[in-house]
Design a protein around this ligand. Structure first.
Ligand SMILES: Nc1ncnc2c1ncn2[C@@H]1O[C@H](COP(=O)(O)OP(=O)(O)OP(=O)(O)O)[C@@H](O)[C@H]1O
Ligand SMILES: [Mg+2]
Length: 364
């Protein structure tokens, strides 16, 4: 086990700055997830830690030792990357066993370790085959197994579940989490899937365009997104962001637009009072934190028009028009409404977040 520290790490490919001044720490034994959309710089960051890409500037430390000048094999890391890089002439068993053999592990122990990961990844029946005779998802699991079987201070994983079907991905995700619980090996895991990040991570590093947007626990990035980018990245559907102004009307603070006026919730009053009013903001509210009524539901309810209703089995997603914004709400499966119907929304006050309209930063 070892901790990994990045200090002001930059990666440039010619003119393009793919990773900009990134600093974070994966603590000893921590499961750290790098989350971001395509092109965010996740793989580039992981490759610099692994030693597969040169660091343009900045420093990487593993277990307290600066590794900038070290070869990948001197870094004591095990890697799983998107391209599986299996040995074509070796069986699945030997592919997984090869790093163990190279490390001089006793044959009995090799067999036990290979069988253990093969069982976990559901590839026990494939151990005699050659990689060419496997599907893409099977090859990915073999490559994953080879990394997991190896003894390492740090695991580096780049979308290791991306080629698996939904069911297998879900199962493997659970097994991976159990395995990390057992071994406690520091792990840096790259994904663009917020569900994987929330399910697996001790902490999440959210990246966009090479820059860190937020570092936090799954609960923090979900409940307290640092900006509108993080709010929009996490959740299915993501957090609603509704344009309005924070202002003072008849002596009370409110969020107002052509379509609604909403009293500023008590947890936000101090912050709004400190602003120069009126101020353009966006209020953020998750689809689970809105309730819908078919008739006016008191002073704080907001009128909206049904745009579309999509049943998803256990629940439905209702989309309504609120002024210029479309707002999504999770409603019970038996909820029914027609396009164009009027409905009244009620926001869970304590769950309202407020973002600056211009910078996107969360204010409350
Ligand atoms: N070898 C390279 N040469 C030039 N540009 C590169 C190279 N590798 C990556 N890039 C660019 O750097 C940026 C970051 O790429 P990177 O692969 O790190 O993104 P990513 O977050 O892993 O994305 P994805 O989710 O699509 O895998 C992208 O704009 C990409 O086009
Ligand atoms: Mg990538």
């Amino acid at each position: 086990m070892a901790e990994v520290v990045l200090k002001n790490v930059v990666k440039r490919y010619g003119e393009l700055e793919a990773v900009s001044n990134v600093s974070f720490e994966c603590r000893n034994g921590e499961f750290l997830v790098l989350l971001g959309p395509s092109g965010a710089g996740k793989t580039s960051t992981l490759k610099m830690i692994a030693g597969l890409e040169k660091i343009t500037s900045g420093q990487v430390f593993i277990g307290g030792r600066e590794v900038n000048g070290l070869e990948p094999r001197q870094r004591r890391v095990a890697m799983v990357f998107e391209n599986y890089a299996l040995y074509p002439h070796l069986s699945v068993f030997d592919n997984i066993a090869s790093p163990l053999k190279a490390a001089g592990v006793a044959p009995g122990d090799i067999e036990a370790r290979v069988k253990h990961v093969a069982k976990m990844l559901q590839i026990e029946q494939l151990l005699d085959r050659r990689p060419a005779h496997l599907s893409g998802g099977q090859q990915q699991r073999v490559s994953f197994g080879r990394a997991l079987a190896k003894e390492a201070d740090v695991y580096l994983m780049d979308e290791p579940l991306s080629h698996l079907d939904a069911k297998l991905r879900h199962e493997t995700r659970g097994e991976l989490k159990r395995l990390h619980g057992e071994l406690g090996t520091s792990t840096i895991y790259v994904t663009h899937d917020f569900r994987e990040a929330l399910a697996l991570a001790d902490r999440v590093v959210v990246l966009d365009k090479g820059s860190i947007q937020q570092i936090g626990t799954p609960a923090e990035v979900y409940d307290q997104p640092a900006n509108d980018f993080v709010a929009d990245l996490i959740g299915e559907p993501p957090m609603n962001l509704i344009g309005c102004v924070a202002t003072q009307l008849d002596g009370s603070l409110c969020f107002a637009s052509d379509a609604f006026s909403l009293r500023v919730p008590s947890h936000a009053v101090d912050c709004v009072r400190g602003m120069t009013l009126p101020r353009q903001v966006r209020i953020g509210i998750r689809p689970t934190h809105i309730t819908v009524e078919l008739r006016p539901a008191g002073e704080d309810s907001v009128r909206a028009e049904v745009y579309v209703l999509e049943p998803l089995g256990a629940l439905s997603i209702l989309t309504v028009k609120l002024g210029a914004d479309l707002v999504k709400i999770r409603v019970p499966e038996d909820f029914s409404a027609e396009i164009g119907d009027q409905v009244w929304l009620r926001f869970a006050e304590e769950k309202i977040r407020v973002f600056d309209a211009e910078s996107g930063h969360r204010l409350v």
